[in-house]
Design a protein around this ligand. Structure first.
Ligand code: SAM
Length: 300
């Protein structure tokens, strides 16, 4: 084990390829390993020479170099976004082109994977600096949609620059931010928690995303009149969900709308007679619904 660790550190030091932008995923795995050694100490059977501060320092130097390589990658993608070219760069990562054409078996369900690490590094959304208010009954606490599902939602809904996406219960704003970057659509995040709205606004401003708006509001009071695509990552349940679905049904009486859901609210939305599911419905994946033409006629 001790010689294996030596060889591992030497290989990392000698191979500059590890610092290439497209090695992000592999670098993340190595960083986890280095952090484990640095946090928990060297392996028990490491001989005396390996427990010296020298080996520790080499690992710290490698960790710093790897983190700096990640940071350079994030900054270059941020620069592309600020110049209006973020879609090409980000979508290349989603299809695997950014990572040596290797499309990883992605995480399943609502767990996160290296794409979330990339998105966190690119968006650099602040931690909320204010106290998060307690949510009322039926309001669901914040949890971000895993990035792969956001890109899947964009693909399924065929979102484009003519659309207006409304994320009802937008949290820190990942969905409107990424949708705006990747499609040019106008995107609106409606969120109850002011501290989240402040963070999302700062991110949009830093990335020069002028077509994204964040509104601090209860979704029940939101103006839905401009939306063409509505996203719900189970932001609320019970009577709040009922009230918002009724408001969406009112919009669907005037024009066709699309609704994309994720999580437990999908099974409730699927029962709405004025909506039909489009494409595959898989558990733990976004599901797309479209209002049916006869919607105006079936309204009570
Ligand atoms: C599961 S998170 C989804 C976050 C975001 N849509 C995403 O997918 O990354 C639910 C969010 O809805 C917000 N929320 C809950 N009830 C709300 C309401 N009535 N009006 C607006 N936002 C609400 C919560 O504060 C939380 O940020």
């Amino acid at each position: 084990m001790s010689s294996a660790l030596h060889a591992f550190i030497r290989e990392l030091e000698q191979d500059a390829c590890w610092l290439e932008p497209n090695r992000l995923r592999e670098r993340g795995e190595v960083l986890d390993r280095l952090e484990t050694y640095l946090g928990c100490g060297l392996p028990q059977d490491a001989d005396a020479s390996m427990t010296e501060a020298g080996l520790q320092q080499r690992m710290v130097a490698l960790r710093d170099a790897f983190e700096a390589a990640d940071h350079r990658l994030y900054q270059s993608i941020r620069h592309d976004i600020q110049q209006g070219g973020g879609a090409r760069t980000l979508l290349a990562w989603v299809t695997g082109l950014g990572s040596d054409n290797v499309v990883e078996p992605r995480a399943s369900g609502d767990s996160y994977d290296y794409l979330d690490v990339l998105i966190a590094g690119v968006l650099q959304i602040d931690e909320p600096d204010a106290q998060i208010a307690e949510l009322a009954d039926e309001m669901v606490f914040y949890q971000p949609t895993p990035a792969r599902h956001i890109f899947d939602m964009i693909r399924r809904s065929a979102l484009d620059k003519h659309d207006v996406l409304v994320d009802l219960g937008a949290g820190l704003g990942h969905v409107p931010l990424l949708a705006a970057i990747c499609t040019g659509a106008r995107c609106i995040g409606v969120e109850w928690e002011l501290a989240y709205v402040d963070c999302a606004r700062r991110c949009a401003q830093a990335l020069h995303l002028t077509q994204v708006t964040f509104i601090r509001q209860d979704a029940r009071a939101a103006d839905l009149s401009t939306g063409t695509v509505f996203y719900l990552y189970t932001p609320f349940t019970g009577t709040i969900l009922r009230e918002v679905l009724d408001a969406l049904r009112g919009e669907a009486a005037k024009r066709e709308i699309r609704i994309c859901t994720l999580g437990p609210c999908t099974s409730i939305v699927a029962l709405e007679p004025w909506l039909e599911a489009v494409g595959a419905q898989e558990i733990n994946q976004p599901t797309l619904f479209r209002s049916i033409e006869a919607c105006a006629e079936i309204l009570p």
